[in-house]
Design a binder for this molecule. Structure first.
Ligand code: SF4
Length: 430
């Protein structure tokens, strides 16, 4: 065997009671009868607390510790740690050395599991752990009941939303619980996509929402504030629009005592021109200019179409034939695409709505966020393609989001023993 089992597999076998009672015999030949498997402990200390076993007609109550090798006990220094004083059974995969060398260890009965794990269960485990596929269970998942996958997807979606909501909570805390300011920063960060998230975030933090509100009756002022704070108006371009922006920003900068961010933060390389930060800033300026209270409008929205109305905005016509300042390009209208609006709904609106519901203890907001995600079509990316080729249904954004979460938080780290699909695969091999 090239791959040895890991300790979490031993925990799994014990937690799920997968070992055959006849196989439970210590290395000293005493039969072990488990009365209580104990409570699984994921923190420091023994792996299972308060177990109860019968060893050769004597009942023992205490803790259980597990290792791949018996010698791991000594390696981990457990003999010197009082937390392990009450260990009544040492469960190991392989009994690799004489326990006599460690007098503490010598007193603890050892249960060796090598050769006692049901063959098909071990095979399924090793198939998953040794898989070279990007999704380790890619060839096994077709045997899993789709209803079980659906249930698991629901739990994953909630987990993903809560995780994003927690990230949003950090911004909310920083912004003194101002929901409008928080949503404005969140929106800005998402307009930056992966590459320009930070400069977009810094820009929004350097340009308070109240200043946007005070100037929103004049689109040129908002555009000047956005490009000026982005540090993009110091160049010497002479076209009319650029000169107007620069003049307007000079005035507003002085009025509000603003300090622009460093323009070197912006990244343009390896990017399609339609995603250049200059274009995204134009779209962002258009969205924030058209509405007084974006967040309060979102709270009132009922359908995703209401959200699309809030986020649909026309950038300045200058960008119809520009991707950057001072350089003309073939005409292409740069309105925000429906696909990008959907991503904004998934990644900014749904999480903040969830956080809001959690804050005021009202579940209907999380339900609404999930309902909106269910009504959007699935994203199309490499991870989605992998799931589709494994035969998993991916129709809505709910499907794609939950499966992206599964791939990045479980499959990539081989956390199959913590995954409901992994449990089903192992169950089928009992
Ligand atoms: S974590 Fe779950 S879905 Fe991912 S490979 Fe393992 S069993 Fe399959």
């Amino acid at each position: 065997m090239f791959y040895s089992v890991k300790e979490d597999f031993l925990h799994y076998l014990w937690r799920m009671k997968k070992l055959h009672p006849n196989d439970l015999v210590t290395t000293d030949g005493l039969s072990v009868s488990v009365i209580d498997y104990g409570t699984y402990n994921v923190d420091s200390g023994p792996d299972f607390f308060n177990a109860k076993i019968e060893l050769d007609n004597t009942v023992w109550a205490g803790n259980i510790e597990m290792h791949v090798f018996t010698s791991d006990w000594t390696k981990h220094g457990h003999s010197r740690d009082r937390a392990y004083d009450n260990v009544i059974l040492h469960v190991v995969y392989e009994h690799d050395k004489s326990v006599q060398e460690d007098p503490v260890l010598a007193k603890i009965p050892v249960l060796e599991l090598k050769g006692k794990i049901p063959r098909s269960l071990l095979d399924s485990y090793l198939t998953l752990m040794q898989s070279m596929d990007e999704i380790p269970c890619q060839r096994l998942i077709k045997n899993v009941d789709p209803a079980k996958i659906e249930l698991w997807k629901h739990a994953l979606m909630i987990d993903r939303l809560l995780q994003k909501a927690n990230q949003t909570a950090a911004i909310l805390y920083h912004e003194n619980n101002d929901w409008e300011e928080t949503f404005y920063i969140l929106l800005a960060r998402y307009f930056g996509s992966k590459v320009n998230t930070d400069p977009f975030g810094m820009l929004a933090m350097s340009l308070p929402w109240r200043i946007i509100q005070k100037n929103r009756d004049k689109s040129l002022s908002i555009e000047a504030l956005v490009y000026g704070q982005a540090g993009m108006l110091d160049a010497g371009y002479t076209d009319n629009y650029f000169v107007q922006l620069r003049e307007e920003y000079r005035f507003l900068r002085q009025k509000y005592e603003l300090k622009p961010i460093n323009p070197v933060s912006w990244k343009f390389s390896k990017m399609r021109p339609v995603n250049f930060p200059t274009v995204r800033l134009a779209q962002f300026a258009a969205v924030i200019q058209q509405s007084t209270g974006l967040f309060s409008k979102i709270l009132k929205a009922e359908k995703t179409e209401d959200l699309r109305q809030i986020l649909r905005a026309e950038p300045h016509s200058y960008w119809d034939n520009h991707y950057r300042f001072g350089k003309e390009s073939p005409v292409l209208h740069k309105a925000i695409s429906n696909d990008f609006i959907d991503l904004l709904i998934i990644n900014t609106i749904a999480p903040i709505l969830c956080l809001y519901g959690k804050t005021i203890d009202d579940e209907q907001y999380a339900d609404k966020a999930i309902h909106w995600i269910e009504s959007l079509k699935a994203e199309n990316n490499h991870i989605v393609q992998l799931w589709k080729s494994a035969g998993v249904k991916v129709k809505t954004a709910f499907d794609s989001q939950s499966l992206i979460h599964l791939k990045t938080k479980y499959c990539d780290d081989f956390k199959c023993l913590q995954c409901k699909i992994g449990h089903e695969i192992m169950r089928d091999s009992d």
